[in-house]
Structures are given as structure tokens and as C-alpha cells.
Design a protein around this ligand. Structure first.
Ligand code: UDP
Length: 429
């Protein structure tokens, strides 16, 4: 196989586990070291559709270098795709999150053809192959005599999938040695899947997206985008996608504005490479905003990178994540970690992050979303109490060292090198 044709490796830089010692409990850091020992030098590869935009990329930029620092020989490769493929994979993604309609014979053929093409560009002697989401899920069918343990990591909301599209993927998923879901509710029952594990993803508290930023620095950055930093700001950070409901966020903002005329709204959304629908939905969002000068619709094309997202989250009176389907919603943990009052859709993985009325607000409509925002703007001090409790919840459950520990424990189990004592939720399927 020609090296130039191999799937490209993402350069993730380096990170040091030691830097996390002050954030993670000491016991957890010891556990990570203990679990890493038998895995020294094991070869691991992550396969995903894009190195840019969305939660998988966000996680891998920290998880991969931390796995390396723990002693594994790990890399992350991006599969090859073109619009004809991403049109199909977005269709699959939407169907798995419940959209009606199946796949045409042509779409099935396109999906299969790219799986074979990517499998041809993938070779090597790995101990563990981690496949993220449906886009590369079928590569295992063409993997030939691979001796690696294959693990499917599903990041999407599978609580009410379109059965026809799920059935299309299940024969491939059955071949894996393990599958991982965010919630037990997402595990397809009776599908004959491999051992299934439940654990949520995590955020990196030390990444530019989440590192401590002073209120002054955040205001300084947000000001550069034309936001009036002396007036309250509501922000949603999300891809432009129907499941993230940016149009519903605008409707909620308009209801809030009737009570708080000085309120502003920022919709910050990157354009993921594997999301051809994104532009269409971006245009619809801009049209729905109707030229309101207090609505700021920004993306990576306006140079909004990680630090800017951090600044918008830190500066906001409330952070919104009004999803109508959501695998997990890293943005929710990101907001809570910054102790921001957080208003989020009562769906999917969001409900394990936000305890309604205790650590934030769960909402099911623009009206409910607006009511929560008004409550926050009316009494910011009371709202902050909830947010601070939310931050503690994130500290205990959704920071990266815990996720690294879960992965190391699973590798040990699959390799037969122990870790049976480490608590991991396993679901019989
Ligand atoms: N994100 C970003 N810039 C944007 C939009 C999103 O950096 O303009 C990040 C966001 O901060 C989060 C990730 O992309 O870390 C999105 O993950 P999430 O789980 O919320 O949703 P997904 O896109 O995976 O459905």
C-alpha cells in the first residue's frame, strides 16, 4: 500500500497527565497510572470523519495526547470522504436521531463503497481500533484478517432511531468487540450487539476552550465582535443543525427581549467539514434573525476559535443549548464548568448534566427557554448559585481524566489484563 494513500494522521500535539493532578482527585490519577502500566506500548488508532467541528474532534484533541502520555502508542486518522458520502452519512445521522425515511439503494451503495475505499487505505498492526460514530462504522466489514480489538464509540442520540437505518448498520456493529454509548437508553435492545458499555464523554478543563479566563479578558474578546458588553448576552454555541434548534433559540430570545429590551443573542457555530447541511441551516438562521442588530451569528469564518468560544461562554448572562435531540452536548458541561447559568433542552445526554432547578434549567419549548432566561436576568445572583452547583457536578463526572480512566479500563478488559474491579457500566444486549 502506498504511504501517501494511507488515511491522514491528525497532529494533536502533546499534553501531560501531570498537569491534571490539581484538578482530578488523587485516587483517580493513581488509578490511571495503574491501569496504564499493562498497556505500555499498545498500538491504538482512532478513526473519525473529521478533525474539525463537533464533539468528537473536541474530545480527541485531548484524549489522544493524554493516551500517548499514559504510555500507549496512539494515533488518530481521518477517513476519506466527498460530499456524496457525507450527504449519506448526514442522512444516517439524522435517521438514527429519529428522522423518518430510509436509505435508497444508491445511498447504501455509496456508503459501502467509501467503507471499502477507506479500509484499503487503512492497514497496520493495531491492538485497538476505535471507530467513532457511523461514518467509518462499516470499515470493519472490509478489515480482513485484522487481529485488533475493534470498539465502536457512538456519540449520537439513539433513543428513538429510525429502525430501517439502524438495521442497515447493525450487521457491521455486531462484528465489534465492544460498543460504547453515552446513555443506557441509547443501546439498541435485541440487536445482538457486542458487550456494550455506558459512559459519558468529557471536557478538557485545561484546553483553550475551557481554561480559566477572567471576566475582563472575556469582555475584551467579546467586545471585538461588536457585542455591547455593558448589556446582557445570551449565547448558544452549536453547529448550525436542526437538532440544535437555532431558530427556536431566536424565538426564545424575542420573548426575553419583550421583558428585557437590552438583551443580546450570540449564536456561535462552527462549520464541520462532514456536514454539508450546515450552510443551508446557517442561511435559514440568518434569515430568521431578520437583520436584528442585537443578534450576532458567528462562526469559525469570523475567526471564532476555541478562546473566543470560551470568552462568549464566560461573558454570557446565560448559556443556552436548546437541542431537540442531543447525544451528550459537550457545550453544556463547558458552560457549567465556567459556572454560567445554563438553559438546555430536556433531551438525550443533557439530562445527565443538568438537574432541573438544582444545577440549571431544562426546557422543552422556546417559551420555557425564555422563562428560564428571564428568571436568570431578573436575579443573576440566585442563578449563579445553581451554576456553581453545576460546576461541581461537572468536576466530579465530566472531566477528561475520568474519560481516560474508562478507556484504559476497557482496553485492559479486552486485552485480558485485568481491571475487572474498575467500575464501568456494562449492559447486557
Ligand atoms: N464548537 C466550537 N465552535 C463552534 C461550535 C461548536 O468550538 O462554533 C464546539 C463546542 O464548544 C463543543 C463541540 O464543538 O466542544 C460540540 O460538541 P457537542 O457535543 O455540544 O455537539 P456535537 O457538535 O458533537 O453534536
Amino acid at each position: 500500500m502506498l504511504a501517501g494513500r494511507m488515511l491522514p494522521v491528525v497532529n494533536v500535539g502533546t499534553k501531560s497527565l501531570g498537569d491534571y493532578a490539581t484538578i482530578a482527585a488523587r485516587g483517580l490519577m493513581h488509578e490511571i497510572r495503574r491501569l496504564a502500566e499493562p498497556l505500555a506500548g499498545k498500538r491504538v488508532v482512532h478513526l473519525s470523519a473529521t478533525a474539525f467541528g463537533g464533539g468528537v474532534a473536541e474530545i480527541n484533541y485531548t484524549l489522544v495526547p493524554l493516551m500517548a502520555d499514559a504510555g500507549l502508542d496512539v494515533e488518530w486518522r481521518i477517513i476519506h470522504g466527498a460530499d456524496e458520502f457525507y450527504d449519506v452519512t448526514k442522512r444516517i445521522h439524522n435517521a438514527l436521531q429519529g428522522e423518518p425515511g430510509g436509505l435508497t439503494a444508491q445511498q447504501r451503495e455509496t456508503f459501502g463503497r467509501y467503507q471499502r475505499l477507506n479500509a484499503e487505505r487503512f492497514g497496520g498492526d493495531y491492538d485497538f481500533v476505535i471507530v467513532h460514530d457511523p461514518q467509518p462504522a462499516g470499515m470493519i466489514d472490509a478489515a480482513g484478517d485484522s487481529t485488533a480489538k475493534w470498539i465502536w464509540r457512538c456519540h449520537i442520540d439513539l433513543s428513538s432511531p429510525n429502525p430501517e437505518v439502524l438495521d442497515f448498520l447493525v450487521p457491521s456493529i455486531r462484528r465489534y468487540d465492544a460498543a460504547i454509548f453515552h446513555l443506557e437508553d441509547y443501546v439498541p435492545g435485541g440487536a445482538g450487539l457486542p458487550a456494550s458499555y455506558i459512559w459519558p464523554p468529557a471536557i478538557d478543563p485545561l484546553a483553550p476552550k475551557n481554561m480559566a479566563l477572567s471576566a475582563e479578558d472575556a469582555a475584551y474578546i467579546v467586545d471585538q465582535f461588536g457585542v455591547d458588553v455593558s448589556r446582557p448576552l445570551l449565547t448558544q454555541v452549536s453547529r448550525f443543525d436542526p437538532w440544535k434548534d437555532p431558530l427556536g433559540v431566536i424565538d426564545a430570545y424575542r420573548l426575553v427581549k419583550a421583558r428585557h429590551p437590552d438583551v443580546q443573542l450570540a449564536l456561535v457555530g462552527s462549520m464541520a467539514h462532514d456536514d454539508p447541511e450546515g450552510w443551508d441551516y446557517y442561511n435559514r438562521t440568518v434569515a430568521h434573525a431578520g437583520g436584528d442588530p442585537d443578534i450576532f451569528i458567528l462562526s469559525n469564518l469570523n475567526n471564532v476559535g476555541s478562546v473566543e468560544v470560551n470568552a462568549f461562554q464566560v461573558h454570557s448572562a446565560a448559556v443556552i443549548q436548546k437541542s431537540v435531540r442531543e447525544g451528550f452536548g459537550l457545550t453544556v458541561s463547558e458552560a457549567l464548568w465556567k459556572a454560567r447559568p445554563t438553559v438546555a433542552g430536556r433531551v438525550g445526554g443533557i439530562v445527565v448534566q443538568v438537574d432541573d432547578g438544582v444545577t440549571g434549567w431544562l426546557v422543552g419549548s422556546p417559551q420555557e427557554c425564555a422563562r428560564a432566561c428571564v428568571e436568570i436576568l431578573d436575579d443573576p445572583a440566585a442563578a449563579r448559585e445553581l451554576a456553581l452547583r453545576g460546576k461541581e457536578h461537572v468536576r466530579r463526572r465530566f472531566l477528561m481524566p475520568r474519560l481516560l480512566r474508562d478507556w484504559l479500563a476497557l482496553f485492559n478488559r479486552l486485552a485480558g489484563s485485568g481491571a475487572e474491579d474498575v467500575e464501568l457500566v456494562t449492559v447486557a444486549v
